[in-house]
Design a protein around this ligand. Sequence first.
Ligand code: T4K
Length: 376
Amino acid sequence: MNDKPIYVTEPYLPPLDEFIPYLEQIWASKKLTNNGPMHQQLEAALRDYLGVPEIALFNNGTIALLTALQALRISGEVITTPFSFVATGHSLLWNGITPVFVDIDPQTFNLDPEKIEAAITPRTTAIMPVHCYGNPCDVAAIQEIADTYNLKVIYDAAHAFGVEDEGGSILRHGDLSAISFHATKVFNTFEGGAIVCPDAKTKRHIDNLKNFGIVNETTVVASGINGKMSEINAAFGLLQLKHIDCAIRRREEVDRLYRRNLEGIKGIRLPDFQAQTVSNYAYFPVRVSHDYAVSRDELYERLRAHDVYARRYFYPLISDHAVYRGAESRSPSPLSHAHSAADEVICLPISASLSAHQVEFICQVVKEHGYGVSYG
Ligand code: T4K
């Protein structure tokens, strides 16, 4: 038995004493928010680290998504995936937009570009795909459809911090990408998020929108929102950046250990993501098929009985929540791959602090139930 509960993730926290000098600077400057020095430094540092043209920080990923939709004046219908966290769909509903759910590719868990065209109507204005689990979407195919039908593309890149394809950061794709820096993400600022955008003009517009639309003391150019990241969160982000490579390397080791231990178990399919050249190991989604000895839900319960809190990301599908039932009926396809993924995927715990012993323990529980044998 493990000696303490193991959750699906554990936030990376650098040594506390390293954070004190940042706090001292904030106390000395008395600048707590509104584009202070920490905020400016973190934007510059992230632009360099991620290799993106421009980045605007936010107080969380959901407000970043809401603001991205506002910045591009998206309305009408938006094509999106049902296999995601509810914030993806909620950001559309909060903007008065109708989500049109399209099925996923069963291999990548991402929006299937081949299904998108059939969902386009005269009211469609944009596509909002998700790089699910940090696995890049088929960005080329999606862009081609967007160009053909004159649609905007906003990526929900909440999971995709640091992920690269052969051309660099995957956050550069589409018109805008929104990221999350929530406590449960690879890179966290407690709460936080950002929009990656292509140029300084777009960033200025987004910066206005996230500060109530204020340009100066007497000029308000839009009905903006308060989406600003505070100095304390930005300072924490600066410190996190110093540790992030090491934290991602530790995640990679956990990923490798899972693969070594779980390889070849009947009915357990390990993640097989090919589209990235640099991964962030954000999640370890395992697919439990009918060949496995018990159902996905039974495995989830058995892990819990051993104090291992794996999660069924993303079950239920967004489209299955009551507030979306109207939207689901607009979907042109039956979302069958998304339903299977929601029924079969379980995300095993992964974090920089998960020990080899803990990974082996989790794998033993998975093996025990797979083979129907008991271990001591
Ligand atoms: N788009 C997508 C595709 C997303 O996945 C998300 C967020 C967003 C947009 C929106 O971004 P934000 O507005 O959140 O920045 C969690 C997160 O709350 C959520 O941020 C995340 N996606 C989603 C996939 O996962 P829950 O309901 O599973 O969180 P919770 O509180 O159950 O946390 C999971 C485990 O993490 C806990 O069992 C223990 C551990 N934990 C969590 C927190 C918050 C900690 O150890 N410490 C903590 O402070 O949603």
